[in-house]
Design a protein around this ligand. Sequence first.
Ligand code: SF4
Length: 782
Amino acid sequence: MLSARTALRAPRSIRGLATSGLTKDSQVNQNLLETHSFIQYKKQLENVKIVKERLNRPLTYAEKLLYGHLDDPHGQDIQRGVSYLKLRPDRVACQDATAQMAILQFMSANLPQVATPSTVHCDHLIQAQVGGVKDLARAIDLNKEVFDFLSSACAKYNLGFWKPGSGIIHQIILENYAFPGALLIGTDSHTPNAGGLGQLAIGVGGADAVDVMADLAWELKAPKIIGVKLTGKMSGWTSPKDIILKLAGITTVKGGTGSIVEYFGSGVETFSCTGMGTICNMGAEIGATTSVFPFNPSMVDYLNATGRSEIAEFANIYKKEYLSADEGCEYDEVIEIDLNTLEPHVNGPFTPDLATPISKMKETALANNWPMEVKVGLIGSCTNSSYEDMTRAASIIKDAGAHGLKAKSIYTVSPGSEQVRATIARDGQLKTFEDFGGVVMANACGPCIGQWDRQDIKKGDKNTIVSSFNRNFTARNDGNPATHAFVASPEMTTAYAISGDLGFNPITDTLVGADGKEFKLKEPQGVGLPPNGYDAGENTYQAPPKDRSTVSVQINPSSDRLQKLTPFKPWDGKDATNMPILIKAVGKTTTDHISMAGPWLKYRGHLENISNNYMIGATNAENGEANNVKNLYTSEYKGVPDTAADYRDAGKKWVVIGDENFGEGSSREHAALEPRFLGGFAIITKSFARIHETNLKKQGLLPLNFVDVADYDKIQPEDTVDLLGLTELAPGKNVTLRVHPKNGDAAWDAQLSHTYNAEQIEWFKYGSALNKMAAVAAEKKN
Ligand code: SF4
C-alpha cells in the first residue's frame, strides 16, 4: 500500500473515475493522513431525506449539505434567515494565531482528545523579509515557544499538526482534507476556500472551534441562499478570479451577509477546481457565510491528482441524491454572470468591492488620481497559488522574457503550499519567476496579513501595489495607509509588474521590447493540474503519536505569550449584591472596543496579558473618555482593566452597563474571556450582538438586557447594584436589578431579560461551558 505522502506524489489519470467496487455502504476515509475519520454520506443522506419530507420542497446543494449535518433533523426548526441550526461538522481547522487560545480553552475542559478530527496550521506568524528560506528560519526562531506549544498540544490531544513552511491553511485543506459534501469549520475567515471542492467550509471564532472539538453541536443561523448562475466560458486574459471580482462589485462587501453563495449553471463545469477555490475563498469579501460549487468533473480531476480517487468514486455514488441540487430548488436571490463576456477586473483601492473592468481602468485611475506607477506586484497567497495560476503567470513572464523584458516592479511570489512550491520548482516555473527578478517567499501568509517588512518606500508614501490576494483594506499589506492596494488575478498582476503601469491593458496595449520594437503580450497559457503529478516536497506534517499518554504540553511558565488557563470558579449559588459598575459604556461598543487587535494579538495565548486591553476602546458615559474610569472605593481614576483588576483583587464582583448591539464585530472569544478573568459578574445592556452574548454565557458571565431600555439612562456610573432572583434563574424568567443610587435616593428595581436555555444555565452554574464539559467527562470516567 502507498503511504499517504507517497500517494500524493503518484501521478494520477485525469478525468474518469476509478472503479474499485465501492458501494453506498463502504467505509471511506476522509483523507490519506488519518485512519479515524470516515465520510458519512449515508447518514447525511438520511438526514436530508428526513428534512425533505418535513419541508416538502426541493433543496439547493448548500441546503443538502447543511441539513445533512443537522444534530436533530426531526426536531430542528428550519427557516432560511430565521432559525438557528445545530450542526455536527466533519472537521475543524485552526491557524496558528487563532489556535493558541482555542487549544488552551480545550485543555481546560480536561478531555483526553478532540471529539472531531482537527488540524492546526502554522502559516500566519511568518514574516516576509528577504525570501522563503531565511524568512522561515527567522520565524521559527521568533515564534518557537508558540510552535512548540501547538505541536505538543496537537500530539497530546490527537490533532494533525502542519509545521511552519507547510503552507497556508486553506491550501493544505484543499490538497488534503476537503471533499465534496463535507462540513468544515475553521478559525479563519477564508476557510470557504474549500467550497471549491464541493464542501461547506465556514470561518468561525475560536470558541466555536472549541465546542466542536469538545463534542458540542455548533450553532449557525440558517443562511439564506444566493444562487450565482454562470453561463458561457472564459477565455484569453479572463480567469476565475474575475468572477469573484465582478461579483464583489455587484454585491458590495455586505451583500452576502447571512447567506451562502451557491454557484450553478452550465458555466460551472468549464474551469478548474482550484479556480473554484479562488472564487469561494474571496467570497469572504462579500460577507458571505460561505460559498460552494456543486460536485462536478473538475473536482474528480483534482481528487485524482491529489491521490484521492476513492473519494471521487464514493462521491459519485452519492451524486444524484446528495451531491447535487434538486431540480426546481429556489434561491433567495439569483445573480447571473456570462463568462463569455466577462472582462478581467481590478478591484480597489482600499476595498475589494470597488470593481473596475480592465477596459476602464486607465481612465478610472487617472480620474481618481491613483498613483499610476505600480511599485510592487504580489502573486500567490491562499487565494491564488494553484499550479494553474503559477503556470499562467509564468507563461506571460516567458513571453516578456523572449522580448528581453524583466519585471519593472518588485515582484513577489507566495506559494500557497509546500506541494505547490516543490512542484513549480521541479517543473521550472519557480526559476522563471526568479530569472524575471521575482522573490519567492515562504509558503505562508506573509504580505497578505501584513507580515511584510517592506523596504522600498517610507510609511506615508503614496504608492500603488497590485496583488492576487483577497483583501486590500487600508494598510493591510504593509501597514502604510497611503498604499493604494489593488486586487487582480495572478496573470493581470504579472502583466502590471512587467509594465509597471496601472494604466496598462494587456488586451489592447503594446510594450516595447529590448530591441525597441513594440509587441503585445500573448494571452496567458496554463494547465490546471501538473502533467507529471504533484511533488509533495518536504514532509511538513506531524501526525499525532499512537501513544499520547506520555506527551506533555509545552508551556514555559515565564512566557509572556502563552499561559495555561485556570478553570473559572463556579457560581457560589447566591444572588450578587453591592456590585460596582466598572464602566457604563456609551455608544458603539464592538469586540474591537472590548478587546483591541493590533499589537495585542501577540498576547492572544496569554489571558492575563491580553486582559490589559479590556474595554480600553469603550467610551465612559461619565466623562466621555476612553480607558479612564473611577474606582468607586478609592475615587482614583485609572484604566478600565486596572480598575477591574483592583476590584477583583479586593474581592468585589463588578458589572458593565452597555448600549445597543453590544459586542458586534468579529467573533473574538477574548472579549468574553477577559471580563471573566478580571472578576466580572454580569454585562447588562440595551441589546447584545448574538455571538458575543453566547460567548459571554460560555465563559460563565451573565449577559442580561434591560426590559425597559429607558433604565439604561436612569442608571448612573457611580451607583451600585444587586442582581436578585439568580437562584431561580430559568429560561424566559426575568432577573431583577436593584440599583442603589450614589446620591442616596431610594433604591429602585429594573427588570432584566435574558436568552438562556436550560443547558446554558448549567454553564453559568458550573462557571463556564468548559467546566460543565469537564464535569460530564469526569462523571463518565468514574
Ligand atoms: Fe488569510 Fe491571507 Fe493567509 Fe489567506 S494568505 S489565510 S487571506 S492571511
